[in-house]
Design a binder for this molecule. Structure first.
Ligand SMILES: Cc1cc2nc3c(=O)[nH]c(=O)nc-3n(C[C@H](O)[C@H](O)[C@H](O)COP(=O)(O)OP(=O)(O)OC[C@H]3O[C@@H](n4cnc5c(N)ncnc54)[C@H](O)[C@@H]3O)c2cc1C
Length: 433
């Protein structure tokens, strides 16, 4: 967190456009809006930009606390920025589909699991074609022995169990199957891209209220008030649903739609491991198949002498509520049970995420509740053509991702420009799709 913009800009009393939040969506929107004759301001509550894209520097490495993978990398608007920003694009395939050294799962078991998951996905797709929006777990084979493990994976994919996930929304997610990484960190990439708008970005500035009762919007912030013609609101849905950022008078349809697309939770523990040579670089270990309350362990990411634990859904909420030590202890207990008691002295915690307890996220990424797949589109409907929502939760296909949030920031900026009577065609030097 050393090379990020500082909260040094004083707030002007009025601007044309305020972008609330400097995560991927907010940064993308601001880059699109930067042009002569238009005054814009990005207000960010935290003391850093990037939001849920955040690379922490530790052990001489960039460790991603939030997004780490350029999902659908061959169709990802951010992929082209990596090398352009002087960072390293890593195309090592992800290890998710394999079990490290076939631990407690034969190759046949792994294949059987893969087939069960594919069959489940197929049933969900067929139901989506019929327009059905049900709990995705309705499409489990009740006799399958793999349902608990699929729910553990749902925790990582959706931040929630399949029973809480809309089958229609789950089916709408776009996955090309290609996943790459940024060696120095995905969060680092987003922060770099944010440097282009640092002159209009104010950190340590939380917006509390957007008063829409008058001809201009009036914003109350932790650093005073200002007015704007247009607001692009990119804070996580969880903060709109709970009115941490309050639109006044409230917009009932919007509040209901944010509640229909809540944030689930995923938590990470980065650990060093002694004797790392025992493990193949970039492999994946799931220690249990009989419960959803289990973590996934990425062994030696980028070949580092480290393990990255990933917990989702109820397990993550429960552990985060107990504090960072509980997450590390849980990871150690599972790795000891799977690999032997000497793992206890070989592991050391380096960094533990806490997105669920973080007041500026209150979760990791969004999923639509059963029956609420249509709510993402409702979130894309502006309020009076002057308050535009954007973020991972408003993305129709690439929801839950950094590049989905980025594209939504651009979409909202274009809508804002049209509302202002300006040409949304890119003359801002931001040439990505
Ligand atoms: C553990 C984890 C793993 C993930 N893995 C991946 C992955 O591998 N690949 C991927 O593509 N995505 C991944 N994601 C998701 C990805 O990080 C997010 O979808 C994306 O970063 C969201 O961007 P955003 O702009 O919508 O929201 P945010 O990044 O949350 O940005 C919103 C900003 O608003 C600010 N804010 C909040 N309240 C206020 C306020 N009142 N006033 C002013 N500012 C405010 C916040 O501080 C924040 O900076 C992961 C997320 C997590 C948590």
């Amino acid at each position: 967190m050393t090379d990020l913009p500082k909260a040094s800009n004083p707030l002007p009393s009025q601007v044309d456009v305020v972008v609330i939040g400097a995560g991927a969506a907010g940064i993308a929107a601001a880059r699109r809006l930067m042009r002569p004759g238009l005054s814009i301001l990005v207000l960010e509550a935290r003391d850093r930009i990037g939001g849920r894209a955040w690379t922490l520097r530790a052990e001489g490495e960039g460790l991603d606390m939030g997004c780490g993978w350029l999902h659908s990398a061959d169709d990802n608007v951010l992929a082209g920025h990596v090398e352009a920003e002087g960072l390293t694009l890593d195309q090592t395939p992800p290890p998710w589909r394999t079990q490290a050294f076939d631990h407690e799962m034969t190759r046949a078991d792994q294949a059987a699991f893969g087939e069960a998951f594919a069959a489940f996905d197929q049933r969900v797709t067929e139901a989506a074609a019929r327009g059905e929006d049900r709990p995705a777990s309705d499409f489990f084979d009740p006799d399958s022995r793999w349902n608990a493990r699929m729910d553990a994976i749902s925790g990582a994919l959706n931040g929630a169990r399949f029973a809480e996930v809309s089958s229609l929304d789950y089916d709408a997610y776009g996955d090309t199957g290609v996943n790459w990484r940024v060696r120095e960190g995905y969060g680092r990439l987003i922060a770099r891209l944010g440097e282009a708008v640092s002159s209009v970005t104010v950190t340590d500035c939380a917006v509390r209220r957007i008063d829409r009762s008058g001809p201009v919007l009036r914003l109350e912030t932790s650093r005073g008030e200002l007015t704007a013609r247009i607001v692009i609101l990119t804070v996580p849905n969880s903060l709109i649903a709970t009115e941490t950022v309050r639109i006044d008078p409230p917009v009932t349809a919007l509040l209901e739609a944010t509640a229909g697309v809540p944030l689930g939770l995923a938590s990470k523990v980065h650990m060093t491991v002694r004797g790392a040579g025992d493990f193949q670089p970039d492999t994946q270990l799931w220690t249990r198949t009989d419960t959803a309350e289990t973590g996934g362990y990425h062994l030696r990411p980028f070949g580092r002498p480290m393990i990255e634990a990933y917990f989702g859904a109820d397990l993550a909420w429960g552990l985060e509520a107990q504090g960072p030590a509980a997450l590390f202890d849980f990871a150690v207990s599972e790795l000891v049970a799977a690999l032997g008691s000497d793992m206890r002295r070989r592991l050391e915690a380096v960094a533990v995420s806490g997105w669920g307890v973080d007041p500026w996220s209150r979760g990791a990424y969004s999923h639509a509740l059963p029956g609420h797949a249509a709510d993402r589109a409702k979130l894309r409907t502006s309020v009076e053509d002057r308050i535009f929502l954007a973020g991972e939760a408003t993305a129709p296909v690439y929801y839950g991702t950094a590049h989905g949030a980025w594209m939504e920031g651009q979409r909202a900026a274009d809508a804002a420009l049209i509302a202002l009577g300006l040409d949304p065609r890119r003359d801002d030097g931001d040439s990505e799709a």
